[in-house]
Design a binder for this molecule. Structure first.
Ligand SMILES: Cc1cc2nc3c(=O)[nH]c(=O)nc-3n(C[C@H](O)[C@H](O)[C@H](O)COP(=O)(O)O)c2cc1C
Length: 360
């Protein structure tokens, strides 16, 4: 079995330099209009030796935004800003996808002037969003969303499609549909946040309908080879505990496999809320989904190599290690030394904690 972390690997039509993934990480450093710029190009291009970079969650519409300063991909300026980033990454031989994001209920009207929307009018308990008002950063509780009509759900599917087309226009090698971490698609998947009685709720096959419709539409627009999906079977943050989630995710994985989705990216931890993942789930998932599986969540070099040897996953993402180590691949090859992640500058701010971690 050829599953060395450092060897080239095919992803659809792309040949990747290695099996190391930089997973999507919100860094909240855009300029006016939620537009990325040179600082984002520097940050991503310094990490271009990853086999695949998945750029941070990016709202597909103003309605899909839940935090201040996160980038969008629905205006011409945003497309132009992202083009600076993709050009810089490609110039260094890297490959980069964009994560497409609709937050659903994880928002507050102070972010975008709108009441949040969701499958059902149920708020996420103990969940806050980051809001920047008049130069001041605050965390505000999420607001009770209003329930989406079926017509609005169809409109959101179209928003994903135009965002995906814009991402390709901006030079991305593909898109990742964000179906995890408690945001809109995840809210449809789970019985606690989805109490709908129409074709989008009520049983597991109805709850997976939305993610499959979005993915089918995006695949039709930009191609299956350019469409990945992220799902989060084990997270419970943002009030997402759900007894039926594993069956829903396995069913979704089968559907995504049938659509030809190029990869399934498991979000195994949204920070440190990470339980042990049973081998039985990984084996079931491998049976359900035959293309590339990426796993991210608290991996280090040793755990990554162990997991690749099982053949249950094909590529491994390293989040916080990538914040602190732009040249993570080179450092892995020597097994260190690693820069220590500092507490400052994860979300928002200037170059500190963003573009000031040194390479070897
Ligand atoms: C600062 C920060 C921002 C994140 N933003 C996103 C995001 O935009 N989209 C997403 O799917 N996950 C996001 N995550 C989760 C990461 O992709 C990853 O799953 C998590 O950090 C666990 O991996 P790690 O233990 O290797 O850091 C974020 C994590 C961090 C630390």
């Amino acid at each position: 079995m050829n599953n060395n972390l450092f060897e080239t690997v095919k992803l659809g039509n792309l040949e990747l330099q290695n099996r190391v993934v930089m997973p999507p990480m919100t860094r909240s450093r855009t300029i006016e209009g939620d537009v990325p710029s040179d600082v984002n190009a520097k940050y991503y291009s310094e990490r271009a030796s990853a086999g695949l970079i998945i750029a941070e969650a990016t709202q597909i519409s103003l309605q899909g935004q839940g935090y201040s300063l996160t980038p969008g991909i629905y205006t011409d300026e945003q497309v132009k800003g992202w083009k600076i980033v993709t050009d810089a990454v490609h110039a260094k031989g890297g490959k980069i996808f964009l994560q497409l994001w609709h937050v659903g209920r994880v928002s507050n009207h102070h972010v975008n002037g709108m009441q949040p929307v969701a499958p059902s009018a149920i708020s996420a308990k103990d969940t806050n969003v980051y809001v920047m008002k008049n130069g001041e950063a605050k965390f505000l509780a999420t607001e009770t969303p209003r329930e989406l009509s079926v017509e609005e759900i169809h409109e959101i599917v179209k928003d994903y499609v135009s965002a995906a087309k814009n991402a390709i226009k901006a030079g991305f090698d593909g898109v990742e549909i964000h179906g995890g971490n408690g945001y809109l698609i995840d809210q449809f998947l789970r019985s606690n946040s989805n109490k709908r009685t129409d074709e989008y709720g009520g049983n597991i096959s109805n709850r997976v309908r939305f993610v499959l419709e979005v993915t089918k539409a995006v695949v039709a627009a930009v191609g299956a080879d350019k469409t990945g999906v992220r799902l989060a079977p084990f997270i419970t943050a943002k009030d997402m505990g759900d007894p039926e989630i594993l069956s829903a995710i396995t069913l979704a994985a089968k559907g995504l496999n049938d659509i030809g989705t190029v990869y399934l990216h498991l979000s195994e931890a949204d920070f440190d809320d990470a339980p042990e993942i049973p081998d039985s789930f990984r084996i079931d998932l491998r049976k359900a989904f035959r293309n590339t599986i990426i796993a991210t969540g608290r991996y280090n070099l040793k755990r990554a190599q162990y997991m690749l040897a099982t053949d249950w996953v094909d590529m491994i993402g390293f989040g916080r290690l990538y914040i602190a180590n732009p040249d993570l691949v080179e450092r892995f090859k020597n097994d260190g030394p690693y820069n220590k992640l500092r507490a400052e500058g994860w979300f928002g701010g200037n170059e500190i904690g963003f573009n000031d971690y040194p390479s070897l």
